[in-house]
Design a protein around this ligand. Structure first.
Ligand code: WTA
Length: 645
């Protein structure tokens, strides 16, 4: 096995799993010994889920970039760390070797230092999928600044809220970003986000699209100028160096905002050592990575999947990570397959929504594409339906590539439940078994472990985890109480995932979806409350309720029921206005797919909206409405049902 901690067989998995539970300290310190530390830890893990407090490798000192880059230089300096494929296939691919990555990251670190960014400062990164985004992330980590990457699809208002919440002092962005045939003016969105902002001192702008941008004196800087200047500072006699800041194991590495069932998105915080170990360990084991292979994770670095499986996990393992700027369907629906063919991709990791959408184009886009380099396929982000699973398996994997169905969350930092490619069996639609160190538990509403099987012979309940794994969420930035109430207070002494799951006799898990008011639209988490708040900001809206409904490609679509104050409205125009409002407040990703104007909403006598009923109507299941007689106004249900879109 190329990695000393790589699991080699099913028996080995069982052995490692039981060791990880029986003696976690010994188990994890052996694995940690294969990383680079400035100082070793005093204690492997110290935790309680009541505060909650989770600490791993307390007392240790390290810098994650030394693990992701420096330690590979002697042997792999000229090996590609990142292969970058541009949006437009006519443009040139860029190969970033480990040596080059080292230099660029040192330059970014120097640039940040030159502009007054210090350890612990929050740096917001709002860029397209260009290698400079990876340099920016790692440059922050090099000096110990906390990065907060914001996905390029979020609006100025969303960015403003996040900047404020994180009290960010520095922004790295691009003039624009290419996505398919679109050119998204990122810098101009940042300019809007900064109106009224009091904390940000500088904005560095990387030139990608050469869209005209406004550059404010004293505040805005060009990436190219700053990097050139930094280059002269970090290189002497051909030797590149910028000292990596010695960080505490438990110092925060990054903040990543994610939606929950209430309020504004929360800043999930991960700390350095635990996150490093977990992303590397899971990358190596789930994908059974072999050095030299090309790993293609199609996610955006604006989401956790990109953080963990484009940047940190693969680089820490010394792998070659393929980063793609564009989208799967442009210039045509064969784009992924062209990339696999061109770069001889060995591991492809994508979302079920992408598979479903590509499936819709049939086999024509696959014609003439050599996919024989593929060895392993993976999915993430949402449950995969069997039809999509089989298509992926047959048409892409040619029945010859294990598919890993990886279940995890922003809060878990890396994969918790998944089969391991070729090592533990796959089961279509099932994430299967927990990785070593992970102790799932299914509980009922009152928090008791589910002991009875349902009619189909499965245990069914809410998915919790009993004990911390190294990359457990540490806090929600600036509001630890929110972290406690969201994840650790529903059931005492358990981490609650917000997902429902089934378990079979063999201990395999199937994730059935969220049990809270969080939607999963094309693998992106969106809180219904957030969408409602955005809709309610529209001038004519009196009240709204948002639910999810099954959508063939997106997995879930967004269905909004809206009470509007003008009786004679131009419905279609008003719909467009409301969509525009949502785009302004959150971003285009949160736009409802369907908007139904309703005279009222079904409410209990105490005024609570009965979402269950609205969900049934949106799903078209009018027979499943149940007893509506206890509602404040039962007649409203019938009216809504009649107007269903
Ligand atoms: C869902 C993405 C079924 C789940 C890594 C979870 C999944 C949410 C799977 C987290 C899977 C993720 N099967 N559902 N393999 N993976 N989910 O934070 O509902 O963007 O709670 O992290 O996606 O989404 P997030």
């Amino acid at each position: 096995m190329p990695y000393p901690y790589q699991i080699s067989s099913f028996a080995d998995y069982e052995f490692q799993y039981s060791r990880s539970i029986q003696d976690p300290s010994a188990f994890w310190s052996e694995i940690a010994a294969h990383f680079t530390w400035c100082k070793h830890w005093d204690e492997v893990c110290n935790w309680n889920f009541t505060e909650p407090k989770v600490e791993w490798f307390k007392g240790a000192k390290l810098n994650i970039t030394e693990n992701c880059i420096d330690r590979h230089l002697a042997e792999k300096g000229e090996q590609p760390a990142i292969i970058w494929e541009p949006n437009n296939p006519e443009e040139r691919t860029r190969i970033v070797t480990y040596n080059r990555l080292h230099k660029r990251v040192c330059q970014v670190a120097q640039m940040l230092k030159n502009n007054g960014v210090k350890k612990g400062d929050r740096v917001c990164i709002y860029m397209g999928m260009v290698p400079e985004l990876a340099y920016a992330v790692l440059g922050c980590a090099r000096i110990g600044a906390i990065h907060s990457v914001i996905f390029g699809g979020f609006s100025a208002q969303s960015i403003a809220d996040r900047l404020d919440d994180a009290q960010a002092t520095f922004i790295i962005t691009c003039d624009g970003a290419y996505r398919g045939n679109k050119d998204i003016p990122l810098k101009s969105v940042i300019d809007d986000a900064l109106i009224g902002n009091k904390t940000v001192k500088h904005v560095v702008v990387f030139t990608r699209t050469r869209t005209p941008v406004s550059m404010l004196k004293h505040r805005d800087l060009w990436w190219e100028d700053e990097m050139d200047h930094a280059e002269t500072q970090i290189e002497r006699d051909g030797v590149v160096s910028f000292p990596a800041e010695e960080m505490d194991a438990e110092d925060p590495l990054f903040i990543l905002y994610t939606s929950g069932s209430t309020g504004k998105p929360k800043g999930v915080v991960h700390s350095i050592a635990g996150y490093m170990l977990w992303t590397t360990y899971t990358f190596v084991n789930v994908f059974q990575y072999t050095p030299g292979e090309v790993h293609f994770c199609t996610a955006d670095i604006g989401w956790i999947t990109g953080h963990s499986y484009i940047v940190y996990g693969p680089l820490c393992a010394g792998a070659t990570s393929l980063m793609f700027e564009g989208i799967p369907t442009w210039p045509d629906a064969g784009r992924f397959w062209d990339i696999v063919d061109k770069h001889k991709v060995n591991i492809l990791y994508t979302a079920p929504t992408a598979i479903r959408s590509l499936m819709g184009f049939g086999e024509e886009p696959l014609q003439g594409k050599d996919l024989s380099s593929l060895r392993i396929l993976g999915t993430v982000g949402e449950p995969i339906n069997e039809e999509a699973w089989h298509w992926y398996n047959e048409k892409i994997g040619k029945n010859n590539c294990p598919i890993v169905d990886t279940w995890w969350q922003t809060e878990t930092g890396g994969v918790l439940i998944s089969n391991m490619a070729g090592i533990t069996p796959s089961k279509p639609g099932w994430a299967t078994l927990p990785l070593p160190g992970v102790q799932p538990l299914l509980v009922d509403e009152s928090g008791n472990e589910v002991m009875q099987k349902d009619e189909q012979g499965f245990f069914k309940g809410n998915l919790c985890i009993k004990a911390p794994w190294p990359s457990t969420i540490r806090t929600t930035y600036g509001d630890h109480e929110r972290c406690r109430t969201n994840y650790f207070a529903t059931y005492p002494n358990l981490y609650f995932t917000g997902d429902g799951a089934l378990k079979d006799e063999q201990g395999n898990y199937r994730i059935t979806g969220r049990v809270d008011d969080v939607l999963n639209v094309s693998g992106h988490r969106i809180g219904t409350a957030e969408v409602e708040n955005a809709i309610n900001m529209h001038a004519g809206v009196i009240e709204s309720a948002v639910v999810g409904y099954p959508h063939d490609i997106k997995g879930q679509g967004i269905y909004a029921y809206i009470i509007y104050n003008h009786l004679h409205l131009d419905e279609n125009l008003t719909r467009l206005d409301i969509l525009q409002t949502v785009t302004r407040i959150i971003g285009a990703i949160a736009k409802p797919d369907k908007i139904q104007f309703v005279p009222g909403l079904p409410k209990t006598r105490s005024g609570k909206i009965m979402r269950r009923i609205l969900r049934k109507i949106a799903e078209g299941d009018l027979s499943g409405l149940g007893d509506t007689s206890t509602l404040l106004d039962p007649a409203v249900v019938e009216e809504i049902s009649k107007g269903k879109l």
